[in-house]
Design a protein around this ligand. Structure first.
Ligand code: DAH
Length: 342
C-alpha cells in the first residue's frame, strides 16, 4: 500500500541526493533513478491500478505532483549546473590581456656577412659579377694551376687541411679564379667571397677559418693602373672618401708583378694610432697582374689577354671597420657581441 509518508520520504531522499550533484552525467542518472521507465516514481504510478478509486484519486494526484516536483528540480539544477560549468571553463581559458607581452628578440646578420654584402655592393656597381667555388677544393685548383709548385711552403701539411688524397679545404679563394677561367671566356670581371681554412695557430688575428674576397678581371688592354684604380675606388667606398691606397712590391706565385695592398688608416687619417700600429697604413691583402703561367693552365691566350687579380681579408676589413680587437669574437657566437651589428 502507498501512503503519504512514503511519498514524503521519497521527496526528501531525492532532495538529499540532488543537493551534492555537480556533474550533468550524475544528474541524468538521478533522473533515470526516479523518473525513468523503472524509476521509483514510475513504479508508484504503475502500482496505482491496484488501489481503490478513492485512493487512486488522492495518490494519483500526489504522485503526479511528486513527479512534477522532481522533474522541475532536475531541470532547474540542469540549468544552473550548465551555467556554472560554462563559467568554470571560461575562467580556466581566460587571458589576462593586461599582462605585459613577451619580448621576441629578432636575429641580425653576422658582421662578416654584413661586410661581404657591402663589398659585393661596391664591386657590382663597378661591373663585377659574383661567382662561387667549393670550400672542399682539389689540390689542382688551390695550388697547381695557381702556379704554386709542389715544394712551395704553402703546400706544407702545417698550413692546409687535407681531407683526402689531393683534396683539401681551400686555403685561398684564388682557387675560384681557375674555376672561372676554365668556364668563362674573357673579357670578364668577377668577384667571389667565402671561407678559407689554414692550420694556423689561433690568436687575436689568426683563426683556422676565415673569409677572403677575391677579384679577377681579364681583357685585352688591362694594365696595373686599372687594378690600382679599382682598389682605390673600393677603398674610398668602403672606408670613406679621404682614404688613400698604397701598393708595395710583394710576391705571389700566380701574379707578376705582385703587390701588397694597404689603405691609409681611417681612424687616424694616416697620422698613426694603435689601430694602424702607428704606421698610418693598414694592410688589407695582395694583388697583381695574372701570371702568364696561370693563363697557360686554363688555355687563355697570354699574348692577347692581360688580367689583374686581388685577394683581401674580410675579417681584417671587418675588424678595422668596427674596431673589433680579436678575430675569435666573430666565431664564438656570443649573442651580446653579434646583436651589436643590426
Ligand atoms: N691568395 C692570396 C693569399 O691568400 C691573396 C692574393 C694575392 C690573391 C694576390 C690574389 C692576388 O688574387 O693576386 O694570401
Amino acid at each position: 500500500m502507498i501512503n503519504q509518508d512514503d511519498l514524503l520520504k521519497i521527496e526528501s531522499q531525492f532532495k538529499k541526493e540532488l543537493e551534492p550533484i555537480d556533474q550533468l552525467k550524475n544528474l541524468e542518472d538521478l533522473k533515470v533513478f526516479y523518473l525513468g521507465k523503472k524509476g521509483t516514481v514510475t513504479e508508484l504510478l504503475k502500482n496505482l491500478g491496484s488501489l481503490s478509486i478513492e485512493e487512486k484519486k488522492t495518490f494519483g494526484k500526489k504522485i503526479n505532483e511528486l513527479k512534477e516536483f522532481i522533474s522541475t528540480l532536475i531541470e532547474e539544477k540542469k540549468i544552473s549546473l550548465t551555467e556554472s560549468l560554462k563559467k568554470e571553463k571560461l575562467e580556466k581559458e581566460s587571458i589576462d590581456v593586461t599582462l605585459p607581452g613577451k619580448n621576441i628578440s629578432a636575429g641580425s646578420y653576422h658582421p662578416i656577412s654584413l661586410v661581404i654584402q657591402e663589398i659585393l655592393r661596391i664591386f657590382s656597381k663597378m661591373g663585377f659579377t659574383f661567382k662561387e667555388g667549393p670550400e672542399l677544393e682539389e689540390e689542382y685548383y688551390n695550388f697547381d694551376a695557381l702556379n704554386i709548385p709542389s715544394d712551395h711552403p704553402a703546400r706544407d701539411d702545417q698550413d692546409s687541411f687535407y681531407i683526402a688524397e689531393k683534396k683539401l679545404l681551400r686555403t685561398q679563394t684564388s682557387a675560384v679564379q681557375i674555376r672561372v677561367m676554365e668556364k668563362m671566356k674573357p673579357p670578364l670581371a668577377i668577384i667571389t667571397a667565402g671561407k678559407c681554412f689554414r692550420r694556423d695557430s689561433i690568436d687575436a688575428t689568426h683563426f683556422a677559418m676565415f673569409h677572403q674576397l677575391e677579384g679577377l678581371a681579364i681583357d685585352t688592354s688591362i694594365a696595373f693602373t686599372d687594378l690600382k684604380g679599382t682598389l682605390a675606388l673600393f677603398a674610398k667606398e668602403m672606408f670613406g672618401s679621404n682614404t688613400k691606397v698604397r701598393f708595395r712590391p710583394d710576391f705571389f706565385p700566380f701574379t707578376e708583378p705582385s703587390a701588397e695592398f694597404a689603405c691609409s688608416c681611417f681612424i687616424c687619417g694616416g697620422k698613426g694610432c694603435p689601430t694602424c700600429k702607428h704606421t698610418g697604413w693598414i694592410e688589407i691583402g695582395g694583388c697583381g697582374m695574372v701570371d702568364p703561367e696561370v693563363f697557360k693552365y686554363v688555355n687563355i691566350d697570354y699574348e692577347k689577354y692581360k688580367g689583374y687579380a686581388f685577394g683581401l681579408g674580410i675579417e681584417r676589413i671587418a675588424m678595422i671597420r668596427h674596431d673589433i680587437p680579436d678575430i675569435r669574437l666573430f666565431f664564438e657566437n656570443d649573442v651580446n657581441f653579434l646583436k651589436q651589428f643590426k
